[in-house]
Design a protein around this ligand. Structure first.
Ligand code: SF4
Length: 493
């Protein structure tokens, strides 16, 4: 279990805190066993294509706080993805009947001369300018490689401007170069929220924190009949709401990769219990998760009734889907815990999972509880997964594997990955709403979308006929792991 230390300005990166890795080739069972034994090693690549960035992941959470403004302290190129977050923010507003406004995102435009003379004054004047222009209830500053390398004292600037302006001005340290595991950026965002926005509880409420991205509000129907109110955080919350998340009765994470740090921080610092269970995907996972929720909320009897009712409703339908999907094969690429959750869904529906390319692996979460390990849950419940690859979005590995495996369907979690399946003529399904597959209904939701995708192959077949691949025949004939140098392994956990 990691110790949450709010006195530190920065959260240690996942490599150091959890022993997380980005390179592995083997079976899921081997990965689980190494993780549990504390012998997991990272395999280094001697060739790498583009990856994600912690700064982007921190921004992804902070940028959707409704009444805050975000300043990215970096060169303007680091702000190149602002428009994608603004798009998600605008779509989410429409879905929630919120007034349509643009995200209040700013960048300090660190230039070459600033890297020599420092960019602190630029940051100060940007903070004052942003306050004048949009009058936010908080200003959050995300750092960048450049601001980290030149050593700008962002913490001191944030503290003095917070005093001057009378609102929280909070530094979030998420420089991209510090970690190969870009989900470290989620931890950095949550660290800055718990450190500077969340207030100590005055009273307990009936709220249940739900750490999520921007998915649908599926927890309303589960929690309200039990007498609890869902509090979806962090996207689309307000600064005031975040101040009070320490008063909740429990914290649910839609995905432990996303919420591991926030769940543990709220439990360790403010005593808000975290639901420690594999996420609710597939029948066994949902049963376990619901029972854990019932225990924490003291609603065990009511939860047993929900489980019985839902089993009666969904099990016959799942049997039907299993018949239709029998013999179909799937390959999956996704972030860690959500990927594990999708493996459970596919296995529940009877698809053969030929393999998975998962972006990183956390051998343990911040709560230190092995019950939360979604991959161990998959292996124990559904059996091993051969061809399990930890690959931090390396497209060259993915294309090589897909070309050899040729599944009936590829399931992807991130835009930018689906085209590789489509270019090979493999029907590919991407679902952005992470709540779509959650719980019993989620199994049915996914089954329907998989069948639709399998029934509509014409587009990808035609696309493949007219597409060219940037990868040569030579590469496609090599082992996909030719650049994964296990001989360079360094024991880190
Ligand atoms: S913070 Fe670093 S890794 Fe991230 S976008 Fe900026 S330069 Fe790239």
């Amino acid at each position: 279990m990691s110790t949450i230390n709010l006195k530190e300005t920065e959260v240690p990166v996942r490599e150091v805190r959890l022993g997380s890795i980005t390179g592995f080739e083997g079976t899921a069972d081997e990965l689980v066993r190494c993780s549990q034994a504390g012998t997991l090693k990272d395999s280094t690549r001697n060739f790498s294509q583009c990856m994600g960035c912690s700064s982007g992941n921190a921004f992804c959470q902070l940028s959707m706080i409704q009444d805050a403004a975000i300043i990215n302290h970096g060169p303007v190129g680091c702000a190149g993805d602002f428009f994608t977050f603004n798009f998600t923010y605008r779509v989410g507003q429409m879905e929630r009947n919120l007034p349509a406004v643009n995200g209040r995102y700013f960048n300090t435009n660190i230039e070459e001369k600033d890297t020599i003379f420092g960019a602190v004054e630029k940051l100060e004047s940007t903070i004052r300018g942003v306050y004048e222009r949009v009058k936010p209830n908080a200003i959050l500053i995300t750092t960048s490689c450049a601001s980290g390398i030149i050593g700008d004292d962002v913490e001191s600037v944030a503290s003095s401007l917070s005093e001057e302006l009378g609102i929280p001005v909070v530094a979030c340290f998420c420089e991209g170069f510090k970690s190969k595991i870009w989900t470290t950026g989620f931890d950095a965002a949550y660290h800055s929220i718990v450190r500077k926005l969340v207030k100590p509880p005055k009273q307990k409420t009936n709220k249940v924190n739900i750490v999520n991205f921007w998915g649908s509000h599926i927890f309303d129907d589960l929690l309200r009949p039990l007498g609890f109110e869902p509090e979806y955080i962090v996207p689309f919350s307000t600064v005031k709401q975040l101040e009070h998340i320490s008063e909740a009765v429990a914290t649910i994470q839609i995905c432990p990769t996303l919420g591991t740090y926030l769940g543990a921080a709220l439990e360790q610092v403010y005593g808000v219990p975290e639901i420690k269970s594999p996420p609710a995907y597939g029948i066994a996972g949902t049963d376990t998760w619901l029972r854990e929720l019932g225990k924490v909320l003291d609603r065990e009897k009511e939860i047993e009734e929900v489980i019985i009712k839902e089993h009666i409703r969904v099990l016959p339908k799942i049997k039907e889907y299993q018949k239709q999907l029998k013999g179909k094969t799937a390959y999956l690429t996704a972030g860690a815990a959500h990927g594990h959750a999708l493996i459970a869904l596919l296995r529940e529906l009877g698809l053969e999972v030929q393999g998975a390319a998962i972006f990183h692996h956390d051998p343990i979460y911040d709560n230190g509880d092995p019950a939360s390990d979604a991959l161990a849950h998959d292996v124990n419940t559904y059996g091993d997964i051969k061809n399990y690859n930890v690959c931090n979005k390396q497209a060259y590995e993915l294309v090589n594997i897909l070309n050899k495996v040729r599944p009936d369907i590829m399931i992807a979690r991130h835009g930018g990955m689906t085209l590789w399946g489509a270019k090979l003529g493999i029907p590919t399904l991407l679902i952005g709403d992470e709540q779509f597959g959650f719980g019993y209904q989620g199994i049915l939701n996914y089954a329907e979308r998989i069948l639709e995708t399998l029934d509509n192959k014409e587009f990808v077949i035609n696309l493949a006929k007219h597409s060219t691949m940037p990868y040569t025949k030579w590469w496609l004939e090599q082992s996909p792991f030719s650049f994964l140098r296990s001989d360079l392994d360094v024991k880190i956990y």
